[in-house]
Design a protein around this ligand. Structure first.
Ligand code: ADP
Ligand code: ZN
Length: 185
């Protein structure tokens, strides 16, 4: 991305579990840190997989973040001088996160969000469709299908639990390509 000047924008990093969304988010945010930009990182409180206070990738890279229950809490924590906002696991927030991202981009913030574009049934996840439509820049990442080694764009749930939100990683989900996703166990 050639960084625009004096305007804000939205970047979406999407893909299935294990596709490197958090790694990519951390990479972009660290570069903003090196550029001495003022950043704030949020994640939903629901996601307590590794660390309550940080965003952490499966490869154990981390950056400190504010865990928040909802968009209202994000607004409360907001620093008036923020220049770059990062949100991990953005699919878990309500639809009001869309307005929040648009509003902050309008206020000349760079807003970088990472999240699952599809749930375990391959349905669009929460606010992701609207965020993808609203964004200036979209990156769709792939994992590696654990069955066949092809690029994987879906998260297959191993547990038989019908809730859309079931937090957990390796033992509950695996990355699968279209074909292996349809094959089931
Ligand atoms: P995401 O945020 O998309 O879930 P992370 O950034 O947390 O992804 O983790 C990505 C890392 O997960 C990869 O760099 C790799 O080390 C690891 N990984 C584990 N299983 C797979 C897989 N099936 N395909 C690709 N990467 C995998
Ligand atoms: Zn496959």
């Amino acid at each position: 991305i050639i960084q625009p000047r004096d305007v804000g924008w939205i970047e979406v990093i999407c893909g299935p579990m294990f596709s490197g969304k958090t790694e990519e988010l951390i990479r972009r945010l660290k570069r903003a840190q090196y550029a001495r930009q003022n950043l704030q990182i949020f994640k939903p409180k629901i996601d307590d997989r590794y660390d309550a206070e940080s965003i952490v990738s499966h490869s154990k890279q981390a950056l400190p973040s504010y865990p928040v229950a909802d968009v209202g809490e994000m607004r409360e924590q907001l620093d008036a001088h923020v220049e770059v906002i990062g949100i991990d696991e953005v699919q878990f927030f309500d639809l009001d996160v869309i307005e929040f991202c648009n509003e902050m981009a309008q206020k000349q913030c760079r807003v970088i969000v990472a999240g699952l574009d599809q749930d375990y049934r391959a349905e669009p996840f929460g606010p992701m469709p609207q965020l993808l439509a609203a964004a200036e820049y979209v990156t769709k990442l792939h994992a590696i299908c654990v069955k066949c080694g092809n690029p994987a764009h879906r998260s297959y749930r191993l547990a038989t639990n019908p809730q859309q939100v079931l937090v957990g990683s390796d033992e509950r989900y695996e990355a699968r390509c279209r074909r292996c996703f349809a094959q089931g166990y």
